[in-house]
Design a protein around this ligand. Structure first.
Ligand code: CA
Length: 406
């Protein structure tokens, strides 16, 4: 089933995708769905009565109210929008609501409530262990029993296209130094990740079961967890990442509904030792996702990580996040951690690709990088198999490094 809206071959946004975002209209932020090179103005569609049922949630300039309406409304609006874009008889009413993506700027799609970053790739955790603790076991004993995570900073989650100022902070001039230096990070890095947007609140004192996860996860974004490795290395023991991570986290402007990935659901890799009961379930409740990711620095592809090999699943991360009774809020964002495979061209960070800067990578034109330089642009893209041989894409998340401020 195609749309009457022209969708170029290879477009990120066929009618089987229909991700949600917020664009800056002339009168303020408006909710839209991407179709081909256009955006269907859903705030306008709601105002004109083109969407049956409750629609005030689509007039708030942010996805939070829509997400809070719950999974039945998510499905209803998705079906309605797809029908409007496929039904030739709706064209006369709907066409005036199409906005060219090239003509507008995107805003943050939702207000981030709490942000948690996990560490779910066994290959990434193993690589980092080898780099930072070469004389010890790469994986610490807890890693195979729980999805390791930390709480990040919700207020510095940025929409794609937002510049990132190089952070300053304490870092060790040389390995083993006991007194830190201070200044702009010299080891600025990206982390290629997938983020999951929570659309439903939960009651404090309760936990989300694996089988309920699908009803809580509204959608999926690409996420770049910018990381200052020198600041991180000095500060992270004993309480974990702090200022080396909190200066910026970028997400894609489009949130792809979890439903759009039904054809990309794959079994998780085998988990040994068997996880505790609250993290154990059948394939349907655990579900992995076949997402093919790509990282480019200054438009040169440097890595192609595959999400399907991630050890801990989104449902396990969510179950673990709430097993202590912590409540969820609408707009909570949890990320997978760096997506890395076992081959070098699937490593999801420069830390791994350059082995902590010791083996710089080539960017063409004689350019080499151990870590990011001012002016560098990092762009993450991704897609998944869609229905009938089509593709569901995640759009992109891009950001440019600006020099540190005085
Ligand atoms: Ca991370």
């Amino acid at each position: 089933m195609t749309s009457w809206v022209p969708v170029p071959d290879g477009s990120d946004f066929p009618v089987t995708n229909l991700p949600y975002g917020v664009f800056r209209g002339q009168t303020g932020p408006r909710i839209g769905a991407a179709i081909g090179e256009h955006i269907l103005d859903l705030t306008g569609a709601a105002e004109r009565g083109l969407l049956a049922g409750p629609t005030s949630m689509l007039r708030t300039g942010s996805l939070n109210a829509f997400m809070a309406a719950g999974p039945a409304q998510w499905s209803r609006v998705r079906v309605t929008v797809a029908t409007l874009l496929r039904d030739e008889t709706a064209r006369g009413r709907v066409e005036p609501l199409l906005v060219r993506q090239a003509d507008v700027r995107m805003a943050m799609p939702f207000e981030v409530a709490d942000y948690v970053d996990f560490y779910s790739s066994k290959d990434h955790a193993t690589n980092v262990g080898r780099i930072f603790r070469p004389d010890a076991e790469a994986l610490l004993p807890n890693w195979s029993h729980l999805p390791i995570g930390y709480h990040g900073r919700a207020g510095t989650v940025l929409v794609s296209g937002t510049d990132v100022v190089r952070p300053r902070g304490q870092r060790r001039p040389n390995p083993g130094d006991e007194v830190p230096g201070f200044g702009p990070s010299t080891k600025l890095d990206f982390e290629c990740e997938v983020g999951f947007v929570v659309g439903r609140a939960s009651e404090r004192g309760t936990s989300v079961r694996l089988s309920e996860a699908r009803d809580f996860i509204f959608g999926v974004v690409l996420l770049n967890d910018w990381s200052a490795r020198d600041i991180q290395a000095w500060e992270y023991v004993p309480l974990g990442p702090f200022l080396g991570k909190s200066f910026a986290t970028s997400i894609s402007a489009w949130v792809v509904p979890l439903e759009a990935f039904d054809a990309a659901v794959v079994p998780l890799p085998r988990q040994r030792p068997a996880p505790l009961p609250y993290l154990s379930g059948d394939g349907a409740s655990l579900f992995g996702l076949d997402l093919r990711l790509e990282v480019a620095v200054n438009d040169v592809v440097v890595s192609s990580p595959e999400y399907q090999y991630m050890y801990w699943s989104p449902a396990q991360m969510l179950a673990h996040l709430t097993i202590n009774g912590a409540s969820l809020r609408v707009g909570d964002l949890f990320a997978s951690g760096t997506v890395s495979g076992w081959q070098r061209d699937t490593f999801g960070s420069l830390l791994e690709l350059t082995w902590n800067g010791t083996e710089p990578i080539a960017l063409g034109d004689g350019q080499r990088r151990g870590f990011l330089e001012d002016g560098d642009v990092v762009r993450l893209t991704g897609w998944a198999p869609g229905p009938n041989g089509s593709r569901v894409t995640l759009g992109e998340v891009a950001g440019r490094i600006l020099p540190a401020r005085e």
